[in-house]
Design a protein around this ligand. Sequence first.
Ligand SMILES: Cc1cc2nc3c(=O)[nH]c(=O)nc-3n(C[C@H](O)[C@H](O)[C@H](O)COP(=O)(O)O)c2cc1C
Length: 329
Amino acid sequence: MVGISVEEIQKSKKVFNLERAIYSKGAQASFFVYRVLNKLDRVTKNSISAFVRPKKWTYRCWIRYKIKGSTDDQIIAMVGDRCHKLLQMALGQRIEENAYFVSTLLREAESRKIKSRVVNWGKKLHEDYKAGKVYQPTELSIAESEEVDHAGLEAFYELTKKRQSIRRFLPKDVPSEVVGKILACALESPSSCNRQSWRFLVIRDPIKKEYLAKIRNVQFLANTPVIICVLVNSEVYSNNGQGDKRITPIMDGSAAMTHLVLASAAAGLGSCWTNFAASISPENMQNFKKYFNLPESMVAVSLVALGFYDKKFPKPFRDNIDSHVFGEL
Ligand SMILES: Cc1cc2nc3c(=O)[nH]c(=O)nc-3n(C[C@H](O)[C@H](O)[C@H](O)COP(=O)(O)O)c2cc1C
């Protein structure tokens, strides 16, 4: 294929010769080098690898070579793996090279007409990456930190203590911009692979609240100024290892729920996490989706009852931390 043999490389063991060979023979040679690497002894391999690795184009040739020789299933698995790496750049992955890997995989999947949910997800993620929507601008990244922010931790602890479930509210509206800000806090919550699968249904209409109170069989909902229903788009999950459809939506939704109730407490509002998915019959769930014109793929996880309150309610008891911890602090 190229004018350089395994024997030649083994004989020379000189990176200089190899460098000349690669540059004179171009990309084809680098495929070849990677192929012969497996056949070489360790010393030669290391010296060649040390030379080859820093070369971006050689690495890219290797990517193309590896992809061409992979089965459809291996391509799908690699899309999943590489997309996760793209999301986890904080682990020190080389973002640009990884994105190149993803785009090459997607091109190959396209040319082979591979149909897979993982590939679809990869396409969307890669488009977002190109549009600058995978990472926030650097100035928005969290600051480097090597010391504990005791004041910050204490302030957050105070906020968690301030939150408690409120089930009786004043008949007073919560301004839209406040609800918007509380929802913005929910968007900052973690979600599996950053799929941001949550959707929020905001209910203020008295007739709709009455309907919800009836099907959920919780009367205080009818007298709650604002109800936020946390929904999760289950379409983005499948039943393979990339996010189990039965469990992951509930986890994504619960993460958002936690942000919502804490944000409400920070705003001085009362809130109550009110079960939905686990407390409603399948028939009522179907009726609920029809009533609010929601797509079938939505999982209605839980409700947040939200509003002003005037009464101090006794705070439910909490155990001591020791009785909840296994292992050492
Ligand atoms: C998953 C979950 C489901 C809940 N469902 C309901 C509910 O359906 N109705 C309700 O009044 N409170 C509900 N709560 C609120 C709990 O009853 C409440 O958090 C608990 O009693 C502790 O009280 P606190 O929130 O005031 O600290 C729920 C809380 C969680 C986390």
